[in-house]
Design a protein around this ligand. Sequence first.
Ligand code: HEM
Length: 462
Amino acid sequence: MDFSSYTDGFFEVNAKNGFLPKVAPLQKLPATYTALQEVIDEMPIVKDDGTPGLLATEGKIETAVDQLPNYLAEVSKETDPVLLQALYRTYAFITSAYTLAPAHFTFLKTGKYGKAYNRLPAQVAQPFVAVSEKMEVFPWLDYHYAYSLGNYNKIDPQGGFNWENLGMCAKFSGMPDERGFIMLHVDINQHSPKLIGGIEKTLQADNTDGIAEGLAQVHEAAKAANERRKLMWEASRWKHYNDFRVFIMGIKGNDDIFGEGLVYEGVSEEHRQYRGQTGAQDNIIPTLDIFSGIISFYPENELTQYLLDLRQYRPVCIQRFLEDLRQYMIKNPLIENLAAAGHSAGMISLLGILDEVYAFRNGHWQFVQKYIMANTVYPKATGGTPIISWIPNQLKAVLATMKHGFANMPADAPGFDREAWLDAYNRKEQLLDKQLRVLHGEAYNPDEVFEMNAQFGLEDNK
Ligand code: HEM
């Protein structure tokens, strides 16, 4: 793999940037686009100055969108990837705010998501589609360029990427839980340079020590990312997830909200459907899945199809990175190669990496129980997936890979306690079995599933 070739001028996947943008995203649009920037600044339910914005009052975002000029001619001339990204983010936020505002206000009145608008006015649709086509991305709020990775600004410019130091360039609710929720995703990615660096080292090593070093680095990066992920419980309170959730819903899979889809006026009369932004568009877990061999244990089902479908919802340079890594790892499977070489240290790191992926997914599964299932009766995720039945599938794939790794561990691996490992593994397997039994019952209680984690000593919010 050529680790210097995955860039689009905004993202650049390598040991320096990982999956974070190579330069800080533009916080504001240049003067040509003042009217657009004003909508973004005025839009949040709670604005920066604490007063209510357009989304606080029914009907206001519609008036603001009606009054927007059509910047199609201007955006068509733009070529700077950093400016194009900021324009994309801006149009994506305005599009979701406008189309989903009626669903939001119905939710406030009835506790159920109402219908979204099915037509996007030309003054938004045309420039948005033009910018998306230049960037080779779908014209709908995504994770990379719009909601998450391309939406941070550092509060203290000299400070780091911890979520407390990150503000959002564009927002829907403007409340602290929205910021904590999505900026923690950026925070986690501060460890992605180390992850990519470790993978590069492992793949390019020509001796046992080099491989051990590379794998240890990947393990450290996975551990650090997981430590940060756990902070979700404090960065964003689960009871407040609904304050902003409706605005990140996608069109595809959310038929109750969007019906047959969205018409981009002035572009075409067809009803289009795109998936919503979701952490499933993040790259850390997919990269670890590919690198460690978990993908060969992915079950053949709709969730796997969905995860693969989501590959298209990533920047092209990241899609290429994931695909090249996949091809490479198919030809050079890690577990089998380490086993053949009797590489105990490498295998111990690999089991450690798998343990982190397990902890990530099991903790994440607890997020889903609390932030979504305990909060709403609507059984679809923002990405449009039937949440309860899907998420545990990937946990099964991790457990299967762990077992495979264990079976290939050299018998005399120094410093490896087989019994302790098996004991910990069995607890993970039993916890999942027990949860799945409850989930398949008639009256499913998210709290019951959530509490089981404590019984097995595997709770995420200790
Ligand atoms: C409160 C926090 C979170 C909630 C409620 C949540 C919810 C969900 C839901 C419902 C899905 C199902 C698929 C979909 O419709 O997209 C999903 C998938 C996924 N999420 Fe999250 N998520 C959270 C935080 C995160 C974070 C912080 C990350 C990592 C940066 C992440 C990474 C993923 C991944 C990789 C998947 C794909 C499924 C898998 O590979 O196991 N999520 N998430």
